[in-house]
Design a protein around this ligand. Structure first.
Ligand code: ADP
Ligand code: GLC
Length: 485
């Protein structure tokens, strides 16, 4: 089984969120199960500089405004997964993020940048760029790679099947309809049953319409996006695909997120020996300038600061949390209003609230290891990974019951506690009162160390491995290869 993954981020080279974690881990898990997997990635400086042993596969003339495009094949560092690097210096070799400049503005040529990624992926899938390797399945991730599905559909000779995974329907890759002519797709693709979306050109819709199968990163999110509430205007399109849409839950990369081997921690620990966990808490309190009190419950947040994540609820619930003596540590970056609000809270409550604005992978590990509870009160959450990392690290997730959060956290209600199934805390309404009530329930259990410890152990016993997810993806790929009835 040959599978080509097309994506705009990959851990540890380029990461803005969970997409990178998935693209870093899933191909390796598929390889472990015997699949022949390659990646195709934009040649940002961090990719061009890090992918090992690159050899030119083909050199192409002007494409999407790039004068010269080199396709190189190399090997990912830290794994043996092969990766095609689309080296188009004019489009990708610049300082800044994968989608935005350092000042937070979208790159003005994102249409060309990600059309090229999709075009390359589709032409690799058609066997036109690398005569030595042709995939059976092209698996495109999020809007950045979605156009590959349209190019494949427009290309009559392609035998490979396409799978499109929605990691987040809220980011759609919308462009002016006048840009359509640049894509080189047949005119009829720019219609309401194609990539046209309320007068605009939608990359996301290219994936939803033209992929043979569409997946989302949790079963619950697959159901949610078929509704008006979560469909971001595309619920009709999702519904029209019927049984072609399904959810496969993300996993945890145990090589990266494992408290027993995590070299960045103050102390390593496991379910069999929890002694290191309080040492991580003490180290985190010290690092963040919080009062060094072992018995005080410590709530943590590691998140992009965007409306999606519901962190305005945390700000609203903060007085209640502080009244009960708890501590809060927040690590995140994004919306300047939220950054300023959390910074002001830290300033107003020294020793009890600490905030680190910015992106720091190693602090994320120390925070998740050191906190008692990880807060994920999202308004919507396709899967969510930080609650999975929390489970693994015995840091109980307190989540809103949406998307993948609902699929992965079992609320500590009386029944679940009695049966030993509980792994965290979940609430329904996106209101400060509902969050506060969940926090109160968490604090009540925290005051009973035996019961808290039992909860930690059942959280740590959860198995959200990539091997299970890879198995399900392989099943899906195989179903596409078997002759259709
Ligand atoms: P999303 O992809 O919507 O941001 P996920 O929970 O799927 O949400 O994944 C977020 C990933 O990004 C996790 O690996 C998390 O640890 C990481 N992350 C988020 N914010 C930060 C930050 N400020 N610093 C370091 N890592 C972060
Ligand atoms: C998106 C979603 C997040 C998910 C991640 C990886 O960024 O917001 O919920 O976990 O993709 O699939």
């Amino acid at each position: 089984m040959r599978v080509l993954h097309a994506a705009a981020e990959v851990f540890p080279l380029v990461k803005t969120g969970g997409l990178a974690d998935v693209v870093g881990a899933l191909p390796r898990a598929l390889v472990r199960q015997g699949a022949d997997v390659r990646l195709v990635l934009p040649g940002y400086p961090a990719i061009v500089d890090a992918v090992l042993h690159q050899k030119t596969v083909v050199e192409l003339g002007p494409l999407f405004g790039a004068g010269r495009v080199m396709l190189r094949l190399g090997t990912m560092p830290y794994s043996h997964v092969k990766a095609y690097v689309v080296d188009a210096p004019w489009l990708y070799r610049r300082a800044g993020g994968p989608y935005q400049a350092a000042d937070g503005s979208e790159w003005p040529d994102n249409l060309q940048r990600f059309a090229l990624l999709g075009w390359m992926a589709a032409h690799l899938a058609a066997g036109e760029l690398d005569p030595d390797w042709m995939p059976d399945v092209l698996h495109a991730h999020d809007w950045h790679a979605a156009l590959a599905c349209a190019y494949m559909s427009a290309h009559p000779g392609t035998t490979a099947a396409s799978v499109f995974t929605v990691h987040n329907l809220a980011y759609q890759g919308l462009f002016s309809p006048h840009d359509f002519a640049q894509l080189g797709l047949p005119l009829h693709f720019m219609q309401s049953h194609g990539v046209e979306f309320h007068g605009q050109l939608s990359f996301m819709k290219a994936g939803l319409k033209y992929a043979r199968r569409v997946t989302t990163v949790s079963p619950n999110y697959a159901r949610e996006i078929a509704t008006h509430e979560f469909g971001c205007g595309l619920d009709g399109v999702i519904r029209s695909r019927g049984g072609d849409v399904s959810g496969i839950l993300n996993g945890v990369d145990g090589e990266v997120w494992n408290p027993a081997t995590d070299s960045g921690l103050a102390a390593r620990y496991s379910a069999a020996d929890l002694a290191g966990k309080p040492r991580n808490k003490a180290a985190l309190q010290k690092e963040m300038g919080l009062a060094a009190k072992p018995g005080v419950p410590l709530f943590g947040v590691v998140s992009r600061l965007t409306a999606q994540k519901g962190l305005d609820l945390v700000l609203a619930a903060l007085p209640a949390l502080l009244r009960q003596g708890a501590q809060l540590v927040v690590q995140g970056s994004g919306d300047p209003v939220l950054e300023a609000a959390f910074s002001a809270a830290a300033h107003a409550h020294p020793g009890q609230v600490a905030v680190r604005v910015g992106y720091d992978e190693s602090l994320a590990h120390r925070l998740i290891a050191g906190a008692d509870v990880i807060l994920v009160p999202s308004r919507f959450e396709p899967c969510g990974l930080t609650q999975l990392y929390g489970l693994r690290y015995g840091t109980l997730p307190l989540v809103r019951r949406v998307g993948g959060l609902a699929d992965t956290v079992v609320d500590a209600d009386e029944g679940a506690l009695r049966e030993g199934r509980a792994t965290g805390f979940a609430f329904d309404a996106a209101t400060p009162a509902a969050l506060e009530a969940a926090i109160e329930r968490a604090l009540a259990l925290y005051a009973q160390p035996q019961r808290w410890r039992a909860l930690m152990l059942s959280a740590m016993a959860q198995d959200f491995s990539w091997d299970g997810a890879a198995d399900r993806y392989l099943g899906l790929y195989r179903s596409l290869l078997s002759p259709r009835e």
